[in-house]
Design a protein. Sequence first.
Length: 159
Amino acid sequence: MVRRQMRRPFSAGILAVAMVAMAAGLPASTDSSVPPGVQDQFAGAWSLVSLEEEGADGKIHQADCTGMLVFTGDGHMSVQVMYRDPKAGPVQYSLGGYESSFGRYEVNDARTFTFYVEGALVRTLIGTKLRRVYEFEGKQLIVKSANPGEHWKVVWQHN
């Protein structure tokens, strides 16, 4: 004997639970100082174009590396950078010439966003908040540290 399952009407309780679950995944930025559409500009995959960083000599150098940055529309972020020389890369962000971290991001205003690190190859980064200055130029995203003691600039190209 084949038993057929009765379909139940879609209840308001299920709809309410679904709406709460969806709202929890919305971007963290609801600040009115963020111009409309800015959050959407971040979403997608970005390839590393260039990375400039301060060398031991105190001068800015072009790093020999490749990488990818991904922003999701619901406020998540992941970044990976691989230096071609495994001994290169800033020690606060990379290990063995590789940098990798993920977490949530929040657009603060028309100039900055904050990256809340949930996981990273360099474990001392986990739980930190990294404030970044950004600007969009065409299909490129330019990111710098908001920390005046860090002198680097990364240019990403939207895929």
